[in-house]
Design a protein around this ligand. Structure first.
Ligand SMILES: NC(=O)C1=CN([C@@H]2O[C@H](COP(=O)(O)OP(=O)(O)OC[C@H]3O[C@@H](n4cnc5c(N)ncnc54)[C@H](OP(=O)(O)O)[C@@H]3O)[C@@H](O)[C@H]2O)[C@@H](O)CC1
Ligand SMILES: Nc1ncnc2c1ncn2[C@@H]1O[C@H](COP(=O)(O)OP(=O)(O)O)[C@@H](O)[C@H]1O
Ligand SMILES: [K+]
Length: 503
């Protein structure tokens, strides 16, 4: 299976219901599976003498916690559990076994304060049934847990976090480890959620598959692997496609140079670069492998006179990129409009090409378009606010690609969403190595290089993965990691994907 689902709380509840009602696996069996998987995860992190405090809520998330209390006691661990008064299956079992459950809030808060760094708090307060922000007892318990020196294991989601929209206002558990039950919850990959989940793992508890269509997935190594262009032995340069990259201006020469270098190292067969005359000598030096297209008109930037030459060359290409360091002059606007409206070649539009883009042009006579905006550029294209986009980039990407069916969107950021036809793949592996000018140009180059021989969605998925993984191959500190390091790392990324090993 190459797709890893990200589910909303409602979808997770539907899966639980399907397993219990349609398949006939009783709820207590699932709960026992969940509790045992949670215990073995936790026990792999415990040391001799670790103490465990389990905070249990009123629903099934709390039932998982109470079952953990029983299992961990059976295994000889020093555990205490809090649960509000009320009857439930797991509580009855604990009573029958003579295992106590605490109900005093003051006692629990004192206990949380007494714990040390080898101890753990299990947050089993709320999971997919959270319906409102945490208040009263739950607010107090959350503050006590967050203030404790103990580490926190969150069951399914950190309490206070909505499974679809991420953290609610008010108190939210700040977990060190989140164990998603069955599937990872969509809310946990949103930008506001990432600092609160800690390490995330997903536990298989034997849930069924309701076979309802799903649209949001995690971008994983195995998905990226299926999108990597194959390189047959009996190949020639034509096998890997022809690329034209247009960009650059007197003031911004680096962007197109970095983009073209990254593109070359993504493996296209032939690379031609269209830069203004002033950049040609530098381009010859930094990338002698590339061919150069002579452009008439303004020697300092791509002006309107240069557009026909680029359009003419574009007709012979598998993919054309535009925008890196191009400037926002009339020539850029005409080029972007004409490429979209007068050609059917696959296009990758980045940077300045996005700033001059009129979204109506995206309804093309033929050909697909890959857009690679950051939230600011995406806000200009859509008219949506940057804060709405960054609060839920998944929803924004989904809405956009439903409206523009010929478009593959790469909505960049600390988390990046790749979307087509309302389906979204989310990459939530933040790395500050990439938070610097030029990273986006390199991503555009990698995707363009891949799109020369791969379909646009696969090129985008594979390119986004490779770009994000490159810093892992480098020994550089994130502060010092730069464009050349990224180019140097690409070879290892491709090899690891091809050989099926993790970096
Ligand atoms: N079904 C199964 O067999 C399996 C389930 N599993 C586990 O169950 C979890 C889902 O369980 P769940 O649906 O019972 O939801 P859960 O999150 O425990 O809470 C719901 C309760 O909390 C209450 N409540 C909500 N918000 C509140 C607030 N802010 N403050 C106070 N109260 C609040 C809410 O009350 P209400 O909103 O109706 O007022 C309701 O009583 C799932 O995440 C997974 O861990 C797995 O073991 C697999 C098998
Ligand atoms: N903290 C981060 N974690 C992961 N990726 C990041 C982070 N910050 C930036 N990136 C990635 O780096 C690139 C930056 O692109 P962009 O903002 O267009 O920069 P520029 O145009 O200056 O090259 C994007 O691909 C983005 O996803
Ligand atoms: K929880």
């Amino acid at each position: 299976m190459t797709e890893t689902l990200l589910e909303t709380a409602a979808q997770a509840q539907e899966r639980d219901r399907y397993t219990i009602e349609q398949e006939g696996i009783p709820s207590p069996v699932l709960m026992e599976n969940a509790a045992r998987a949670l215990c073995s995860l936790l026990e792999s992190r415990l040391v001799a003498g670790s103490r465990i405090l389990i905070l249990c809520g009123p629903g099934s998330n709390g039932q998982d916690g109470l079952a953990m209390h029983r299992i961990l006691q059976e295994h000889g661990w020093d555990t205490a559990a809090y649960c509000p008064p009320g009857q439930s299956l797991q509580r009855r079992i604990l009573e029958n076994r003579g295992i106590p459950v605490l109900t005093s809030l003051t006692q629990i808060c004192a206990l949380a304060e007494s714990l040390g760094p080898d101890d753990w708090i299990v947050d089993a307060m709320f999971g997919s049934g959270l319906s409102r922000p945490l208040e009263g007892t739950w607010h107090t318990l959350t503050e006590a847990a967050n203030g404790s020196a103990a580490r926190i294991l969150a069951v399914d989601v950190p309490s206070g976090m909505d499974g679809e929209t991420g953290p609610l206002p008010g108190a939210v558990i700040q977990a060190d480890l989140t164990a998603c039950i069955g599937t990872r919850k969509l809310g946990t990959v949103l930008p506001a959620a990432l600092p609160l989940t800690g390490e995330v793992t997903t536990l298989d508890i034997g849930l069924g598959n309701p076979n309802t269509p799903r649209t949001v997935f995690e971008l994983t190594a195995s998905k990226a692997r299926t999108c990597l262009p194959v390189r047959p032995l009996l190949s020639w340069k034509g096998t890997f496609g022809k690329v034209l990259m247009a960009g650059g201006s007197r003031r911004m020469h680096g962007a197109i140079e970095m983009s073209a270098r990254a593109c070359f190292h993504a493996g296209p067969g032939l690379l031609t670069v269209a830069v203004p005359e002033i950049l040609q000598p530098a381009m010859r030096c930094v990338l002698p492998e590339a061919m150069l297209l002579d452009l008439p008109g303004d020697p300092d930037c791509i002006s309107e006179e240069a557009v026909p030459a680029i359009l003419h060359a574009a007709r012979d290409m598998n993919v054309v990129s535009a925008g890196n360091g191009m400037g926002r002059q009339e020539g850029t606007r005409t080029l972007v409009q004409d490429l979209l409206q007068k050609t059917d070649v696959t296009l990758v539009l980045d940077a300045d090409a996005l700033s001059v883009l009129d979204p109506h042009w995206l309804h093309r006579p033929g050909g697909q378009t890959i857009l690679t905006p950051h939230p600011g550029e995406f806000s200009r294209i859509t008219g949506w606010s940057v804060s709405d986009i960054t609060a839920n980039p998944v929803k924004a990407a989904q809405e956009f690609t439903r409206a523009y069916p010929d478009t593959v969107l790469v909505l960049k950021g600390a988390i990046t969403c790749v979307s087509e036809h309302g389906q979204v793949w989310v990459l939530a592996r933040p790395d500050s190595s990439l938070a610097k000018g030029g990273s986006g140009d390199m991503l555009c180059g990698i995707i363009t290089g891949l799109a020369a021989s791969q379909n646009p969605l696969e090129a985008a998925l594979c390119g986004v993965w490779a770009h994000n993984q490159a810093p892992l191959c480098s020994k550089k500190d994130p502060a010092a990691f730069g464009p050349q390091d990224l180019v140097d790392a690409l070879s290892d990324v491709w090899k690891s994907l091809r050989e099926g090993r993790d970096l």
